[in-house]
Design a protein around this ligand. Structure first.
Ligand code: MGD
Ligand code: MGD
Ligand code: SF4
Ligand code: MO
Length: 683
């Protein structure tokens, strides 16, 4: 008899969908969205609707392997778990003894959003070892800092409330591509008369369905926000009462934005001055008004400033007062779990180092592997991430990963570019095969998933692999013997009111539980009456430090550079994949091997649709297929990310072009400020 089991999509996506899987004799035959879940609403995105193809792919890694070919070549031989674990622990032990434990670097990101397999036993293991700590900046670090500067605490308007909005602005947010479960709420709002606008350098899937799309120069969003404030304050359209009661520093803000006239902001952003004026008026006078700000704006040299400045807008117009008003960047901070108890940073005190170890910024991986000293990185353990494909300054990253003296361990489901560089390659389970607890960054439901399918071959979960490694190393703290359920109980035990009375038993029964963010299921309105997380409890404008400078790598940036490399390249998410996770799928490979060029830019270079083109700058080059059209403004090119290097003719993807220059705050990457030249390629 087929049985329906519950699971949770673990991909790095705001929606964290509740899944139903039909299982017969241990075989999963159908995957669908849970119709009872208030956010999932019974449907899945295109990529996960087909996830069973990945689950049962003949290319799954099933056994531990040892590299026999050159690094990057991808030739391996099968070994036993016993050999693999023995080799890893003896090598890590030797490196720690000779160079100190900080010569070992963990490298992971959100391949799974599960807390146990993403930041559980692994963290405990590396803390006890005394390994370097990884600053996990690759995605949202700049935005996190910008939002904290503005609001003090990173709470957000919940998706369910968007149905009540009368004006929704998708600001650097490709809702249909990366956050599709917000869309039904947008549709409902529009049915009730709401307008829907996009602010984006790319006319993506979402912008094509918008009432208006404003093409903005990459990285210039802070200027637009300052320009909107100029109009709002100049025309006295702000909410004087809200501003008076719940904000600080309005007069200085008013003085600061005086210089950001529509004329000046048009020159900085490319948006016509009359559009800036009308958008400002409409935003300030429409209630409720919600901004869906996503992470696109903060992958820029001005990323933190952009997010900070945009996040002042709802306070200025009083939008936080309304159900359906405000702003959503990420809901993740509402999940006030006991992370310290899970991660156990205190174990560093028991390491050979006996103190907190150094931290290494993951965005600077290339530098860490080639330049870092005292000690140099001698071993890297990669899981939940594919740095050979996704990290900036790819040529430097690959040079580092190819160092003959670097010991590399990779925990993976598939043989991707990073796996090809492993000394020891370990087979990992998928989220359908292990237990985990899931937070979300696009809603307020905490979810538990039990294994729905048997783990194939000799695959093991990250939790189990790090538990085994800890045992082999002789780590005897009781936390290394904990079960998944012990770890979940620890996480739930934070004492925070948002988690009040939520138990593992309830999660097992109900699978998904709404955080206690509001009384009795009422809408969550974090800042309706102030309550900001700042020292004063008010939204602090701190106007003295508000400023906009064009990014160095932009059309108004460094002059020597933009003459040589006149096109601004952005490489946002591909609609039908997930970073590099589905890079082995031919359709995804085709989608991520293209670059969209504006018709005028293409014509100038005698490029027509379908031509192979070489995209290059001083850091590197890659070959892509041109798509010529009107989807970007003149001077902007768009190449959806992230392709597997090894599927490209020259073994490189767009990240060979991207600098490892960091964002203004937070140490994040600047993927979307990248100057390039494009030429027709002979290939
Ligand atoms: N289908 C799909 N879904 C995904 C992912 C995926 O790879 N594919 N990845 C997941 C991950 S890791 C994340 S972090 C989220 C990210 O989700 P999003 O933030 O929505 O995704 P991005 O594509 O990074 O950026 C969103 C939009 O910002 C635009 N943009 C780029 N630069 C600028 C700028 O300077 N200003 C403005 N206003 N807009 C700009 C891009 O053109 C894009 O349309 O999505 C997650 N979901
Ligand atoms: N040019 C460009 N580059 C980008 C971006 C961009 O927009 N443009 N986006 C950036 C952003 S926002 C992000 S978040 C990063 C994402 O980059 P990564 O964090 O590297 O994400 P993925 O490429 O999805 O790779 C995740 C890997 O984890 C593996 N995995 C999944 N579950 C498990 C598990 O349970 N155990 C183990 N051991 N492995 C597992 C998957 O098989 C997959 O290979 O990329 C960044 N790079
Ligand atoms: S990737 Fe996102 S939208 Fe797709 S199933 Fe997973 S959580 Fe849902
Ligand atoms: Mo991300």
């Amino acid at each position: 008899m087929p049985e329906i089991r519950h699971s949770v999509c673990a991909l790095d996506c705001p929606d964290a969908c509740s899944l139903l899987i039909t299982v017969e004799d241990g075989f999963g035959s159908r995957l669908r969205g849970n119709p009872e879940h208030p956010i999932t609403q019974g449907f899945l995105c295109g990529k996960v609707a087909k996830y069973l193809d990945r689950e049962y792919s003949p290319h799954r890694l099933l056994y531990p392997q040892r590299r026999v070919g050159a690094k990057g070549e991808g030739r391996f031989e099968r070994i036993t778990w016993d050999e693999a674990l023995g080799e890893i622990t003896s090598k890590l032990g030797a490196i720690s003894g000779e160079f100190g434990p900080e010569a070992i670097l963990p490298y992971s990101y959100a391949g799974t959003m599960g807390l146990l397999n993403g930041s559980g036993m692994d963290r405990r293991f590396f803390h006890r070892l005394g390994a370097s700590r990884l600053e996990r900046t690759i995605c949202s670090a700049a935005g996190g800092v910008g939002l904290t500067q503005a609001l003090g605490v990173r709470y957000a308007t919940e998706p369910e409330q968007f149905r009540h909005s009368k004006l929704i602005i998708a600001w650097g947010a490709n809702i249909l591509g990366t956050n599709v479960h917000l869309w039904p709420f947008v549709v409902e709002a529009r049915r009730n008369g709401a307008r829907f606008y996009c602010i984006d350098p790319h006319e993506n899937r979402t912008a094509r369905l918008a009432d208006r799309h404003f093409f903005i120069h990459p990285g210039s969003d802070a200027a637009l926000a300052l320009g909107l404030m100029h109009v709002i304050i100049g025309e006295k359209l702000h909410d004087a009462e809200y501003v008076d009661r719940y904000t600080l520093g309005f007069d200085d803000l008013a003085a600061k934005v005086r210089d950001y006239t529509p004329e000046r902001v048009e020159a900085l952003t490319g948006i016509a001055r009359e559009d800036i004026v009308s958008l400002a008026r409409e935003y300030a006078t429409t209630r409720p008004a919600a901004i869906r700000l996503n992470l696109g704006v903060q992958r820029s040299e001005r990323g933190a400033m952009s997010v900070r400045t945009i996040a002042y807008l709802p306070a200025l117009v009083g939008a936080w007062k309304d159900v359906g008003g405000g702003l959503q960047l990420s809901t993740s901070q509402a999940f006030q779990l006991n992370r310290p108890g899970l991660e156990r940073a205190d174990l560093q005190q028991c390491s050979p180092l006996g103190r907190e170890s150094r931290s290494v910024n993951m965005t600077l991986l290339g530098q860490a592997l080639t330049e870092l000293r005292d000690p140099p990185v001698k071993a890297i353990v990669v899981y939940n991430s594919n740095p050979a494909s996704i990290a900036p300054n790819q040529n430097l990253v690959l040079r580092g990963l190819r160092r003959p003296d670097l010991f590399t361990v990779v925990l993976e489901q598939f043989q991707n570019d990073t796996a090809d560089h492993a000394d020891i390659l370990l087979p990992a389970t998928t989220f359908l095969e292990h237990t985990d607890l899931y937070y979300a960054y696009g809603h307020h439901y905490l979810q538990l998933a039990r294994p729905a399918l048997p783990a194939p071959g000799e695959t093991k979960s990250n939790v189990e692999i790090f538990r085994l490694l800890a045992q082999r190393m002789g780590f005897d703290d009781p936390c290394f013997a904990e079960t998944e359920d012990d770890m979940i109980r620890t996480l739930l035990d934070s004492g925070h009111p948002f988690l009040k009375d939520i138990t593992i038993e309830q999660l097992d029964r109900e699978h998904s539980v709404r955080l206690k963010v509001a009384y009795n299921g009422d809408p969550f309105q974090p800042f309706a009456q102030g309550g900001f997380g700042t020292p004063s409890g008010k939204c602090e404008f701190n106007a003295y430090s508000l400023e906009y400078e064009p990014p160095v790598e932009s059309r108004l940036g460094a002059s020597g550079l933009r003459e040589k490399y006149p096109l601004e390249l952005i490489s946002p998410k591909n609609d039908d994949s997930m970073n590099s996770t589905f890079g082995n799928v031919p359709m995804v490979d085709r989608q991520t091997s293209t670059i969209e060029l504006n018709g005028a830019d293409a014509a100038e270079r005698s490029i027509v649709d379908g031509d192979n083109v070489r995209v290059f700058n001083d850091r590197g080059a890659c070959v892509l297929i041109a798509k010529v059209g009107r989807f970007t403004a003149r001077g902007v090119a768009c190449a959806p990310a992230v392709r597997w290097n090894k599927r490209a003719p020259d073994g490189r993807n767009v990240n060979a072009l991207i600098s490892d220059r960091l964002t203004d705050f937070g140490g994040g990457p600047t993927f979307y400020n990248c100057l390039v030249q494009v030429e027709k390629s002979g290939d």
